[in-house]
Write a protein that binds this ligand. Structure first.
Ligand SMILES: [Zn+2]
Length: 678
């Protein structure tokens, strides 16, 4: 089965920004998914060059417009390559072999079928939009998008009889509800077409930059009419009938919500007029905002997608865009959120899981595992695979990504439950140990296969470490997402895939520096100290801090927690200050009393890391050790290690600590170990 999908083609008057990249990356995920699912896939992208803005931009730079477009093609293709966008074909509307004959053929066909007539146009024309603007759309006489005064233009134009297609289009939408997705776009278009359609200009007079109208060589085809034809032109329309028969109609056009109507109204009407089969579906995606604002040059808030790709490779950005923005809706990008998701999903969750499997397999079994029967994890994997498939077939990329990550979290939990490090201590449990490692590795293999369309090079690397180095193009969804209960794997332990992004290191925390009694520190309510650099630094130096070590004398906030904040600390902290404290959910694996201590329990906790960590917590007066085992609690994970009574404590347990009362450990059930708390 064939699957032909396209993105919008881009004006080349500026470099691609994150919004442009969003469309290409999400389309690429769909294309890669279709290839994995076994479709003969053709993925088309391109540049829209017959724009007056492009022409002007070239003139400003003193360049020949075609030479300028050649340069920009290299810029665009370079960005797409660096974002790992796997387009099969790239068309330019200045392509004389493909796009010129196709455009002229379609214009002629519409003309021959009586749908193009001569008229004259008079009205406001916005150069930025390259569109005529009805008076009612102007705000104080200006284009609301460009905030410029449009020109009054009167010229001879050829018109396309769009009005004739109102009823056929409504019939199309009714008979084929999936023609426009998502629902919100479909409703917009329905209302628009039900309100009646006006004929549209399909030519511009007196211009040289464009494709001559075949029945009036003095005019060029209007850029919008010209641009839409690229989808048919690329696959042979007007120049290779056999190729055209193979790929046309397109199964899916992916476009931004602002141009959905051109693709759902004008384009199918043009195809009807030219007696060609209609595309299968138009998907109108939303916009990516930056801190809640539309990215624009005038606001100076353009995000260059290569900034993210250069620092972390393309995959973390691809994952963020697919997973954090429900496909079809609008989303937001901020560097803070990007880094936070990177740490949570990649450093702590997936990257950690891969590391844990590899390092434990290496340590306990020389890197070899034999597949076993598959237990609870196999069932979770099969649910994740089914959910992923349904989501991806419906272009719900965010749900697809979430399904893969459910399996990853389940595998991390499975490690916490089976405790391979304990099994490894008992030679009689070798089979169980192998089984636990094998099931986890198999879950990772399936999750990596599901993530392959979203994070192609990372998935390839994970699969390679799991002993399978076939290229992605040789993998098939059904065969490669089925749980394997036989066979051996040689696992490669090759280090961290995604090192954590650390916020700039603040000065060390107040509590770490405070001369507190050995028995108290690891306890109690978060001295979640404000490591805001200047204040905490002052506290650490603290010539004027008589209270620094005297926790009981520190001011007590209303409510239980006691925060021994040094007097020079600011009254409030910023969210950035707060985010420097890495709070995580952790599951208590073991707990015991510290000999000779009334207050301290020694806990071994799983914080979703390669190894369990040891924390001394001053909660022994409130909790029996047995009561703590199995609880999921909240810890400060980035507290500097401290030695107490000869034992190194790595972190701190958070508890509400009423004055003179018993500590109440914070409960993070049912969060997965390693989940960030904030
Ligand atoms: Zn405008």
């Amino acid at each position: 089965m064939k699957y032909f999908l396209t993105t919008a083609i881009d004006y080349v008057n500026s470099r691609p920004h994150l919004g442009t990249a969003y469309e290409k990356i999400t389309a690429d995920i769909i294309a890669r998914y279709r290839r994995l699912a076994g479709y003969d896939t053709h993925f088309l992208m391109g540049n829209d060059e017959h724009s007056q803005n492009v022409f002007k931009r070239a003139q400003e730079q003193g360049k020949d417009p075609l030479a300028y477009c050649d340069e920009m093609e290299r810029v665009f293709r370079d960005v797409w390559t660096r974002l790992d966008v796997s387009y099969d074909d790239f068309i330019r509307t200045t392509d004389r072999k493909r796009h010129f004959p196709a455009t002229q053929k379609m214009a002629q066909a519409c003309y021959d079928n009586g749908d193009i007539y001569e008229g004259s146009y008079e009205g406001w024309y916005c150069e930025g939009c390259e569109a005529f603007k009805p008076e009612k759309d102007l705000i104080e006489g200006k284009c609301p998008i460009h905030n410029t005064t449009p020109q009054w233009i009167k010229e001879k134009n050829w018109f396309f009889r769009l009005s004739k297609y109102q009823q056929p289009l409504l019939k199309l939408y009714a008979e084929q509800p999936s023609f426009i997705e998502p629902e919100v776009r479909r409703n917009e278009i329905l209302r628009l077409v039900e309100g009646g359609l006006e004929d549209v200009s399909m030519s511009r007079a007196g211009q040289s930059w464009g494709i001559p109208v075949p029945f009036d060589p003095e005019s060029v085809v209007y850029v919008w009419f010209d641009a839409l034809i690229n989808y048919a032109a690329a696959v042979g329309y007007g120049w290779d009938d056999e190729l055209f028969a193979k790929w046309w109609p397109a199964n899916l056009h992916i476009v931004g919500k602002d141009i959905t109507r051109f693709h759902c109204v004008i384009w199918p009407a043009m195809l009807m007029s030219a007696r060609l089969p209609l595309q299968g579906q138009v998907f109108g995606h939303g916009w990516v905002y930056f801190k809640g604002e539309r990215m624009s040059k005038s606001l100076g808030n353009i995000v260059d997608p290569l900034d993210a790709a250069n620092r972390f490779g393309p995959d973390p950005l691809r994952l963020y865009l697919a997973k954090e923005i429900p496909y079809g809706g609008d989303g937001d990008f901020t560097w803070e959120r990007f880094e936070e998701k990177y740490n949570a999903d990649l450093a702590n969750n997936l990257g950690n899981l891969v590391n844990r499997v590899a390092s434990m397999t290496e340590r306990y079994q020389q890197g070899r595992i034999r597949a076993g029967g598959g237990g609870s994890l196999a069932a979770i994997a099969s649910q994740a695979v089914a959910a992923y498939r349904t989501a991806m077939d419906g272009h719900a990329l965010h749900d697809g990504a979430a399904a893969a990550f459910r399996l990853i979290s389940a595998a991390n939990n499975f490690i916490a439950e089976t405790q391979p490090w304990s099994l490894a201590k008992d030679p009689a449990k070798a089979e169980q140990l192998n089984g636990a490692l094998a099931d986890t590795a198999e879950a990772v293999r399936i999750a990596a296969t599901l993530l392959a369309p979203i994070m192609p090079s990372s998935a390839t690397e994970i699969l390679r470490r799991l002993g399978d180095d076939r290229p992605l193009k040789d993998r098939r969804f059904d065969a490669d997402t089925t749980w394997r209960s036989s066979g051996e794997k040689q696992i490669l332990n090759a280090g961290a895939l995604w090192p954590r992004i650390e916020a700039e290191k603040g000065v060390s925390t107040v509590s770490a520096e405070s001369p507190k009694p050995a028995e108290q520190p690891a306890t109690q309510a978060g001295p979640a100290p404000a490591p805001g650099a200047p204040a905490a630094g002052a506290a650490a130096a603290a010539p004027v801090a008589p209270a620094a070590g005297a926790a009981p004398a520190a001011p007590v906030a209303p409510g239980a927690p006691v925060a021994p904040v040094a007097p020079v600390a600011p009254a409030t902290i910023t969210i950035d200050d707060f985010m420097k404290v890495e709070l995580k959910a952790a599951k208590v694996l073991e707990a015991e009393r510290m000999p000779k201590s009334q207050k301290l329990l020694k806990l071994k906790v799983d914080a979703g890391e390669a190894e369990p960590r040891t924390i001394l917590a001053g909660i022994a007066e409130s909790y029996e050790p047995e009561a703590m085992v199995g609880k999921t609690i909240v810890i400060v994970a980035n507290l500097a290690p401290r030695k107490m009574m000869g034992i190194e404590s790595n972190g701190m347990v958070l508890a509400a600590s009423p004055d003179g009362g018993k500590a109440i450990v914070l409960n993070a059930e049912p969060a997965t170990p390693g989940t960030r708390v904030r």
